[in-house]
Design a binder for this molecule. Sequence first.
Ligand code: MOS
Length: 742
Amino acid sequence: MIPKIGDPRDRVDGRLKVTGGARYAAEVPMPKMAHAVVVNATIAAGTIKSIDAAAAKKAPGVIAVISHLNADKLHGPPKPNPQQAQQSGPPQNTGNLRETKALPFADATVHYLGQIIAVVVADTLEQATHAASLVKVAYNETKAKTSLTAHRGEAEDKKSTFHKGDADAAFASAAVKVDQTYVTPYEHHNPMEAHSITVGWDGDEVTLHDSSQYVYAVRQTLAQAFGVPRENVRVLSPFVGGAFGSKGGTWPHVLVGALASRMTKRPVKLVLTRKQLFFTAGHRPMTEQRVALGADRDGKLVSIIHEGVSQGSEVGDYMERFTSPTKVMYASPNVRGANPVVALNVSTPTYMRAPGENPGMFALESALDELAYAANIDPVQLRVLNHADRDPMQDKPWSSRSIKECYTRAAERFGWSRRSPQPRSMRDGRLLIGYGMASSTYPAHRSPASVKASLKSDGTMVVQSASHEMGMGTATVMSQLAAETIGLPAERVRFEYGDTKLPQAPISAGSMTVASVGSAVYGAARDLRKKLIDIAIADPRSPLHDANPDDVVTSEGRMALRDDAARGETYSALLARQYLPTIDAYFDAKPDEEEQKYASHAFGAHFAEVSVDPDLMIVRVRRMVSAFAAGRVLNEKTALSQYRGGIVMGIGMALLEQTHFDERYGSYVSVNLGEYLMPVHADVPELDVILVEEDDPHVNPIGAKGIGEIGIVGVAPAIANAVHHATGKRVRDLPITIDKLL
Ligand code: MOS
């Protein structure tokens, strides 16, 4: 009924966004609204000795200065059950509010530099900003732990260890070996829209406009923190100006803003500055990863070891699962891995586009390239030779796995056969040319989601679920999916989302929105279609009276007999005759047991061509060809945009992105968009993306695996491998900057 590659429809929210009509969280007016500006700690560890707010309180327009000294206490959420410590599975709502000590204004303790230690509320933003600068804080500073390398020995395992066979023994006796350490830096999401809220209380009821990937969890956290029933909390997030994982948690500023509003009895707007975003809204943690690969003389893997550490924080439980892809990519009789966390006096990291897989695949796919040279085999052939025909750790069949088609089709379009393997052997004039490739993967998760679908007598349909639109195309593809399922033109379907008044949806993260919410949309639209057909069949005045429901087809808002198109009627005609203003269907979708029998992942491959100036060592990505197989594609246009967005971000990761961190102070220092470098148009060549058709009957009811993150996975190693091919230099710590090549 639904095509494998869906119509390339334009975004339904595109017009509102480009005309400025879309209203974001900080743009919602509330009567008598005040402005809140937070004060951040300037030390990385210690306690607050005193806060002198006298000058701030006297400043014009100031309504309150709130800190641990005078704040109403917030209630901490229950401690997480250690059994739930995440080994795998879809992302949950983290942020750094899992433990009471992380609640804003809990006590005088400073856990990391930038921690919110006070908030100033004033009539205008300028007044609040000025008064915040007048708050004088004195500290008792203690020695902070800020260096991942220095504290590597204190890593906490958090149940990340896995093994099969004896990887160390097999590595020791392997004929061909690679054993290297790879480093990925601190990175920040830097969405265009800063994290912001507008919040107002009415007695014990609160309305929060947030920029969020998970409104239901924000509601839960607010209800717990303020000790009010969940029903009293409404969270709205209809537009999100980028997130990339940074808006999946409930960060401290949300509670601080809500508290400021409650204590001052004024609606409050709180917008973090670009600089503040770097300290209290999550980041990708630094990782140090060892990958040791052992193979026989033909390049067949006998051992894979992937271990290392990533930065964690004192006040959160986030773990960067960089060994995840190592559990699924290649077959080897002996495998061992672990990715423990080192708790530092640095703010809590969080998911950033393709957490785990993205930094992990930089290490693994770089090591594979090194092994290809050590074993003298083509990098693509090496990967095909070691293809995992079943999930290697779980010994399950794949729900589908079309990575070989990805290699073949991308290699052919790229012209991989023209590559001469020797480093520095290809040139364009004086420029060194390098070809590199890497695999890509991301798991296909889904979580429970609920949808209400309502067909109205005017022939339009409203589909509702508290999901989110961060720019990835949710609203567009959900209305398409509903329209195709029930047989309506897509423009007659409206998807409503981003509001806790709507049926529950999971976090929009982990590339699982389409699989989770889409399965519910599909279920609701299918049930609604059946209801309509049944009513028609039962109605003596309907042309379809007494028809066999299996003989009825639906399209363009009309039901008719498959073999006699004239015998039928429109949905509107049916509803009008029945005096029904609307017919609803409600559907709860959740993963079923059958799906658990399979291992489900999306796969892909990137091929990159770089040029390197032999004197200045300036790297340019000249072209990229990428192929992905991720089950059914709901909308060709938004899918290609998702993939390209991921690849652009991957180019940034390879060559530009890094939050410079000064370990002496525990402070990020490149905290603006002038010094935090991201790709601009001139850095991005044409990105050729191939959608490999894949039919997956097992993954979920709609057969779509999710594509929000896989685009970035493998880009950095493909480029690093190309840089090595061009120059003979292997850069194992990102980003690949000029200094590392000179
Ligand atoms: Mo994503 S990093 O799972 O929002």
